[in-house]
Ligand binder design. Structure first.
Ligand SMILES: [Zn+2]
Length: 216
């Protein structure tokens, strides 16, 4: 066996896992493009030309690469699925899909290259920006339950709102995804674009949300 270098950089695994459709796994062997990889052990892979390639937990990663939440996939244009999945999600330690750290309010899709040597995939020419309207997750804003009998119980994050929305701006279309906030006392939940949440934000944060919801 040739000597091998360990490449256990998570970002590299992510790039390969999501960015290369030609990777296939069959009967304990990996095939990347035309070069078959020999699996040495559960998390070790050496390619056939012996240029070393070891990827930590390669197998389990490909068995479960992140996917968009099901209802998000319905609301987000197909040309945006790939870059949004790659940008926002990762596989957690227990094989569960989770959000990346250090989330931002706006995400912009990768731009088309200035030059192509082969016919490009059309996705990059038609992709849309993403507004991540999750004030609690992003800024830890303090929002209390609007139910007066809850005595000002603070709402807490209850995860992603299941639907992604398409927003028609003056010069473009973008996608908006939201979170749900919940009251531990009355168990009511409030989506992050609801007036109950928006009205309590300080001006700086409130002014970041310029969407007028026409369909609820
Ligand atoms: Zn409440």
């Amino acid at each position: 066996m040739h000597s091998v270098d360990r490449l256990t950089i998570p970002s590299q695994v992510g790039r390969w896992g999501l960015g290369r459709r030609e990777v296939r796994v069959s009967k304990g062997r990996f095939h990347m493009g035309r070069s078959p990889c020999l699996v040495v052990s559960g998390d070790v892979c050496v390619d056939s030309t012996s240029r070393s390639m070891i990827i930590h937990s390669f197998f389990s990663f490909f068995a479960a690469s992140p996917q968009l939440p099901r209802l998000w996939a319905e609301g987000i244009p197909p040309e945006d699925h790939r870059w949004i999945t790659k940008t926002l999600f990762r596989m957690g330690a227990k094989g569960k899909v989770e959000l990346q750290d250090n989330l931002k309010l706006w995400y912009y899709p990768p731009q088309p290259s200035p030059l192509y040597h082969q016919a490009p995939s059309p996705d990059r020419f038609f992709a849309h920006p993403l507004l991540m309207w999750m004030p609690y997750k992003l800024w830890k804003v303090k929002v209390v339950c609007p139910n007066t009998s809850c005595g000002g119980t603070q709402l807490t994050g209850a995860g992603l709102h299941k639907r992604a929305r398409r927003v028609l701006d003056v010069d473009r279309i973008y996608t908006m995804v939201n979170e749900t906030l919940t009251c531990a006392k009355c168990k009511a939940s409030h989506v992050s674009w609801s007036q109950a949440v928006l009205q309590q934000l300080d001006l700086a944060h409130r002014s970041e949300f310029r969407v007028i919801m026409t369909q609820k």
